[in-house]
Design a protein around this ligand. Structure first.
Ligand code: GAP
Length: 459
């Protein structure tokens, strides 16, 4: 299937089935902002919950945090964001389109190094869209500004955080003082971040408002290389083992020395082979050394050092696995999308129809079980409702009594529901239901009394 076709179909399915809607759609939408619909919010919550389970709940050495989005402006001076968090922007004088100079340069096959902002050799001088003249590149700071309090003046400027990481660094001392963790230990956080991206796009891959899942793992400098190797592998494995992403479409890419930020000793990206852009970053794992804590110690005047066994003070190094919740959700959606030509089911009306199956891993599937009474009649609806009520106290379930059973199965396949429970007239006699599995389409008769154990074992 041509790659753009696939994305078009996925975007349309997401809208049609309530995963993602363009934001403020009744007003024509707001470019590159999206709202998660009833199924999308379940899916993304599952991704975040699985990350939290792996990174916090099941570990002895990581604690959680939820810091405020607006922070003291000095934070961004210390972190370097006020000065350096910029992209090189060029405008077309004719059609007024905007481009990132580094992207234009990459498209010519050259390696972007726009640090000095002097027009590098090879940077195209004409607009790739209309052939008009392009301006010289200029630095554009990606942070969103707003004002705190009633006066819109320089002293009341605050910024929406462009990453969640700084909320962790500025709470390093609070967490140490209250929880008394011993090195090595991590602080993890999930939360919104905002970047005024010049070229947002590719659905929820790059947006101006997004969610990050970040952990700052503090360790002794002499152990940093070992922990970096550990997290690099651990985070790759998470996408395969926990999210169930196809391993063949994932890779780890180590940054070359000249790609590294000035404070990073090493960095690797977990990449996925997206249909729209090829191999692209899902998550970065970086050895940030002691840069952040030292900067905050200098700017705040606080002591952020720790003491080792020999009584020697030092600033811990930081290994940072930094993932995007929306990018991970997009990966889950793209990876699950499957079309079956000619249809899988054999009821007359479904024959030869193209069927879409979202083959989500059971752990991430937004709905785990659909309860489907064969008829809307009260004799079947009552027991079906009772089963639905019992199951939904434990799993996210749905109840559907509209249309033929074949069509209802296909509706559930299209949103990736792993199991359907059908209540039919025999149920009234034998107290059994038909459980149909999404992937194998195998149907089993299971006693109503055994259903809960069945799903405990299988979900
Ligand atoms: N604290 C390090 C940091 O923020 P980053 O590579 O800029 O590193 C980490 O961001 C992750 O956040 C990315 O790998 C990506 O998954 C996600 N992310 C970054 N910018 C994004 C955007 N504009 N839209 C969606 N996700 C984004």
């Amino acid at each position: 299937m041509p790659t753009n076709d696939l994305m078009e179909k996925l975007v349309s399915l997401c809208k049609r089935r309530g995963f993602l809607f363009p934001s403020s759609e009744i007003y024509g939408g707001l470019n590159s902002f999206y709202d998660y619909g009833p199924l999308g919010v379940e899916l993304k919550n599952n991704v975040k919950r699985l990350w939290w389970q792996s990174m916090v709940q099941r570990r002895d050495d990581v604690v959680g945090l939820d810091a405020a989005i607006l922070m003291h402006p000095k934070v961004w001076e210390a972190s370097g964001h006020l000065q350096n968090f910029t992209d090189p922007l060029v405008d077309c004088k004719q059609c007024k389109r905007r481009f990132r100079a580094d992207h234009l340069l990459e498209a010519t096959g050259s390696k972007p190094d726009l640090g000095t902002m002097k027009t590098p050799a090879g940077l195209p001088k004409v607009c790739p869209e209309c052939g008009g003249e392009l301006t010289e590149p200029r630095r554009f700071n990606l942070m969103f500004k707003t004002f705190m309090g009633p006066l819109e003046e320089a002293s009341s400027v605050v910024y929406l955080r462009p990453e969640t990481a700084q909320g962790i660094f500025v709470n390093f001392k609070n967490v140490r003082d209250t929880m008394r963790p011993k090195l090595p230990f991590g602080i993890a956080q999930i939360g919104k971040a905002f970047r005024n991206e010049i070229t947002p796009g590719n659905f929820i891959f790059r947006t101006r408002e997004f969610e990050q899942m970040e952990c700052e793992y503090f360790c002794h400098p002499r152990e940093a290389d070992r922990w970096y190797d550990y997290w690099r592998q651990e985070r790759f494995n998470w996408y395969v083992d926990v999210l169930g992403i196809n391993k063949k479409k994932l890779r780890l890419r180590d940054h070359k020395r000249d790609e590294l930020a000035h404070y990073a000793k090493a960095c690797a990206d977990v990449e996925y082979q997206f249909p729209f852009s090829g191999w692209s970053e899902l998550e970065g794992i970086a050895n940030r050394q002691d840069f952040d804590l030292k900067q905050h110690a200098t700017f705040s005047g606080q002591d952020l050092e720790v003491t080792d066994e020999a009584g020697k003070k030092f600033t811990p190094y930081v290994i940072e696995p930094s993932a995007g919740a929306d990018r991970a959700t997009l990966t889950v959606l793209v990876d699950a999308y499957t079309e079956v030509e000619g249809g899988r089911t054999t009821t007359t009306e479904s024959n030869k129809e193209l069927e879409v199956v979202m083959r989500f891993d059971k752990k991430v599937a937004p709905i785990k079980v659909a309860v489907l009474p064969l008829s809307k009649k009260e004799t079947l609806a009552r027991p079906a409702r009772e089963i639905f009520d019992a199951l939904r106290s434990r799993w996210t379930c749905t109840y559907d009594e509209v249309a033929s059973i074949g069509r209802r199965y296909r509706r559930q396949d299209e949103i990736g529901t792993p199991y359907c429970v059908t209540v039919d007239f025999e149920t009234l006699e034998d107290k059994k239901v038909t459980v149909r599995a999404r992937d194998s389409m195998k149907q089993e008769r299971i006693g109503i009394e055994e259903l809960e154990d069945y799903f405990k074992d299988n979900l």
